[in-house]
Design a protein around this ligand. Sequence first.
Ligand code: 0RA
Length: 635
Amino acid sequence: MATEYTAKDIQVLEGLDPVRKRPGMYIGGVGSAGLHHLVWEIVDNSVDEAMNGHAKEITVTLHKDGSSITVSDDGRGIPIDKHPKHKKTALEIVYTTLHAGGKFEGANYKTSGGLHGVGASVVNALSTKVVVTVKRGGAEHTMEFRRGVAQGSLKKLGAARGSGTTVFFQPDPQIFPRTEFDPQLIRDRLEVASFLHRGVKVRFIDQAHGTDETFKHDQGIVDYLKKVIGERSQKAIHDAPFTLLKENGAKVEVAFQWTESTDEHVRSYVNGIPTGSGGTHENGLRSAVGKAVRNFIDTHNLTPRGVTLTGDDIREGFTSILSVYIAEPQFQGQTKDRLNNPEVQSYVDQAVRPALEQWLNSNRSVAEQIVARIVLAARAREASRAASAAVSRKTATSGRLTLPGKLSDCSSSAREKTELFIVEGDSAGGSAKQGRDRELQAVLPLRGKVLNTESVALAKVLENKELADLVVAMGCGVGKDFDISRLRYARIIVLADADSDGHHISTLLLTFFYRHIPELLKNGKVFVAVPPLYRIDIGKETHWAADDADKERILKAAGKDESKVEITRFKGLGEMMPKVLWETTLAPKSRRLLRIEIADALQTDRVINDLMGKDPSARFNFIMEHAQEAADIDV
Ligand code: 0RA
């Protein structure tokens, strides 16, 4: 055979009619995602120019109408010389021809992949109007299209300095039911682009809402990693992240760091497109990290005794940014955001693994910190598994678990009505035990000190007898074994003295819930009881005051002869007669309960972090201020 043609050599050039007939085939659909694909496509062309080192600035303007956009860059400008065979400018060919083969003929630039390679012509076909302006060779030229059809030929506007491309487009309402762009979506995508392409200045002018933002990150994805860790209010356990940039069949760029957080977080991109459902590139990263870390542990005899490390242990708190560029990405899944190219897994694995091993070996103290973190994760997993195994074993054998000896459980098993009171101290526990409704209210007295769990790993937390007992009593497990459906009570109520010691205990318990079982708070299961501090007898009437302000208010309202008033200050819950405790604090009809909620997790997280180690009562006040009154929840 003389000449062999491969599919690659065949370039099918077509008119734009098919695009208008079946837009979904080219942009996935005509909903919001399809509409925004137009933006990504035009922006990606400018990003390509920047990626190849020719453009330094990209400006995206959302016009006042909210549904037309201009994208401009200071790159070389789309070529405007006439193509010898087609007798058209490259600009016109790019904008009016469907490139079934992917890249247009003679293009000597590497594409970022853009809209899976479909090109600017698709945007042109689906827009009522497109205006392309090119500065190059000392002059400015412009060309206009309507629904993909050129309106006359390229026009010279006049002399101009510099070079660049500006594209205006307006999506066609005949194609898109809604043509308004979402500025937040565009903003976020542009910000990500500025992270993925270090040093490129990306500006977003939103004329519809009057905002103007510029993104530029000289440290690229390292800056991105910092931002992601900060946003999730995590704390890195080592200073410098691992970073890598390598081209071996694919361009692989990665930055990661281990944090104190219990979850793993990966942001991945393929050709600048977010891959929210992961795929082969993420798998490659995962296997590389797993193998490199294990290898390091093995070579340095750091294997812990009594636990086997799993991949999840290794990646607990692992936060990373992964960006790959490949020639022909295949996407899969319902939202087409999972990478499916099998070869990419080994590209990433082979790029990351040796580099990470070397990094671990040449940063020994960091590596040892990471290993310690991993071993702790494994121990925590073991401990919480053991704790919940104990619970389910007991439930399975007797139907009732062997609960902590000091728990006075309720007799009813109607979980939707029962309550667990966590009570500080034995004497208070005694009063609560006698004063409660035995059918529906359980009492768990805490004897020893509650551990401050603010920055303590779960394994350590569960070594604390008081907290371990609490976990067993609640029955819902903790950490990865948490299962809210196994919670044995409808409400978990913290009952502590109205003094600063009591506040301290409450704070420690709430910190434990917040840090280690946040789901309980998210589901509104945690409450703080408000016991009275004063008993005020006015004549035959008895009033209860939660604090001094409350007392003043009662006295003022009564306005009676002071001599007829008798005030008793309770030193602690233990002093209260069981019947009084029932009436004031336990009885659903007359008590006050505060529901503790996480209104804004991020905010709460920051505040708890800030107050760490400071005056515990200040911390308590914060939590109480944000607690919701829940006086009238019925049982
Ligand atoms: C092909 C060749 C050359 C530039 C471009 C494409 C180009 C395309 C776009 C799309 C948006 N902005 C762009 N900037 C550049 C350069 C050919 C040359 O000058 O040698």
